[in-house]
Write a protein that binds this ligand. Structure first.
Ligand SMILES: CC(C)(COP(=O)(O)OP(=O)(O)OC[C@H]1O[C@@H](n2cnc3c(N)ncnc32)[C@H](O)[C@@H]1OP(=O)(O)O)[C@@H](O)C(=O)NCCC(=O)NCCS
Length: 179
């Protein structure tokens, strides 16, 4: 059973300010507003999902996670995945990553690739649990701080047996209140 305390919906342009704020809270070298906007509105390969839910102690919903990924023909590329710090270790990142796999499989992608900071044990742990394996390293790929990227691959692209139930809601199925 999916955790009912959050849901995943496609992002819309009006969510951009909240996504920018989340991005800045989660990364030392965050994507800029312009980059995020380009992914959200101007990239035919990009898919953008948000997780919506109530942070502990709050009564209104907000965006608590997001995931931007590309599907370029047969390849799924996980581009940026983030969960609000106060909402981590509740399965939200995993659910967002799984939805990308599900969408990729639905669009006939057959492998997934991603880059992750060498020191990012949380993200690497999450990806490993989904079946990704490290295949190579890109030296000094990241800035602020300078760091290698580990390239991870999932091939073939399949939704794990016990995760077949989609949790992605169709566009317009839920309202998101700004914070
Ligand atoms: C990486 C990130 C998205 C994980 O989100 P999350 O919602 O906390 O992840 P989940 O709760 O779904 O965790 C799934 C699994 O990932 C692994 N994991 C997650 N956080 C971890 C941590 N801090 N340390 C070790 N393993 C971790 C665990 O295996 C976990 O399963 P478990 O909780 O059953 O042990 C989140 O830490 C984040 O936003 N980090 C900053 C941004 C970032 O680094 N994004 C990834 C860019 S490649």
């Amino acid at each position: 059973m999916p955790n009912p305390s959050f849901r995943i919906v496609p992002a819309t342009a009006d969510m951009l300010p909240d996504i920018v704020q989340l991005e800045e809270a989660c990364f030392s070298a965050p994507w800029t507003r312009k980059m995020l906007e380009a992914e959200l509105t101007g990239n035919q390969f990009a898919h953008f999902l948000v997780a919506v839910g109530c942070e502990e102690g709050k009564t209104t919903e907000s965006i608590i996670g997001y995931h931007c990924f590309w599907i370029v023909f047969e390849e799924l590329r996980l581009m940026n995945l983030a969960v609000r710090p106060s909402m981590r270790r509740k399965g939200i990142g995993r659910a967002l990553a799984l939805e990308a796999v599900r969408v990729g499989v639905g669009l006939a992608a057959n492998r997934a690739l991603l880059e992750v900071r060498a020191s990012n044990e949380a993200a690497q742990g999450l990806y490993r649990k989904l079946g990704f394996v490290p295949i190579s390293t890109r030296r000094q790929y990241y800035t602020n701080p300078t760091e290698d990227a580990v390239i991870m691959e999932l091939i073939p692209l399949v939704v794990p047996e016990n995760e077949r139930e989609a949790r992605l809601f169709p566009v317009g199925s839920g309202s998101v209140s700004a914070h």
